[in-house]
Design a protein around this ligand. Structure first.
Ligand SMILES: [Fe+2]
Ligand SMILES: [Fe+2]
Length: 279
């Protein structure tokens, strides 16, 4: 069995310290095989926020895979840093690698950096994968044949119903990469909304997507803080959604996916109906 703890968007600078401490205590008890943090560690990539984020990350269960989010680039009031050295401060604290890889027996996890300092639509929060991002992931996914394959990026693949915000682009190219390498699971954050589904073009490979809520920030989007605990065994993926109930994170719901010929399928009919709308 492989057990992955997925959390996202702690946003130090706007984090609730009591919730962060509670999460760390529960994470230690869960003792996962891998902890994945899918970006937005800070609010504005200020040094004190990055130091707080590092203190938090250093207390997460090992091994860990951490990627930046759009909030980990300095804001427009620091235009020089933003445009010419967007990841300088993040790298000073978390190391040079913005697209880390984790490989263990039976598991291959590849990070992608979907955050860009400049966007032609002048919406800095949008997620975009360059040809270089896609080429690098293509190369890195080619290793570890037979392993359970996971992609991690900050920006989501699925917009919740009625949600106005954009999904990562170019989505078709990303889905093509996912299908070519038979990626099993994609982990994202950014919307601060928990969402699970098996998605893919009709009749083609379907991967499971786990989009996590914010783990401990006060920037809520209509739902409490939460995280996902993912368990993989044979042809089964179970994702447990934990939500903060005021004192503890409590198990709210378990999502189950089964391996079929063309990837993964939700075992839950309500989730399948929702997936049909996405496709
Ligand atoms: Fe965020
Ligand atoms: Fe974000």
């Amino acid at each position: 069995m492989i057990r992955i703890l997925h959390l996202s968007d702690p946003h130090f600078g706007a984090a609730d310290p009591a919730i962060a401490a509670r999460f760390l205590a529960q994470a230690a008890e869960l003792a996962p095989d891998l902890t994945v943090l899918s970006g937005d560690l800070t609010m504005r990539a200020r040094r004190r926020e990055l130091i707080e984020a590092r203190n938090f990350v250093e207390r997460l269960p090992r091994p860990r895979l951490v990627i930046p989010g759009n909030h980990d680039i300095p804001a427009l009031n620091q235009p020089f840093h933003r445009l010419f050295a967007p990841f300088k401060r993040y790298r000073e604290v978390f190391g040079q690698e913005l697209e880390p890889v984790h490989t263990a027996p039976g598991l291959h996890v590849v990070g992608m950096n979907s955050n860009k300092a400049f966007n032609p639509k002048l919406d800095w929060s949008l997620g975009h994968l360059s040809a270089e991002n896609l080429r690098r992931a293509d190369q890195r996914l080619s290793g570890a044949p037979g392993s359970f394959r996971v992609l991690v990026l900050h920006h989501p693949l699925i917009a919740p119903e009625g949600h106005k915000r954009d999904v990562v682009q170019p989505l078709a190219e990303l889905q093509e990469l996912i299908a070519r390498h038979r990626v099993d699971l994609v982990l994202c954050g950014h919307f601060h909304c928990s969402h699970m589904a098996a998605i893919g073009p009709q009749g083609a490979w379907h991967c499971v997507v786990s989009q996590a809520a914010t783990v401990c920030s006060t920037r809520l989007q209509g739902e409490p803080q939460g995280f996902h605990m993912i368990q993989v065994e044979g042809g089964l993926i179970e994702i447990e959604r934990f939500v903060y109930g005021g004192e503890n994170f409590e198990l709210e719901k378990t999502f189950t996916f089964t391996r079929v010929e063309e990837g993964w399928e939700s075992a839950d009919t309500a989730t399948r109906r929702e997936e049909a709308k996405i496709a």
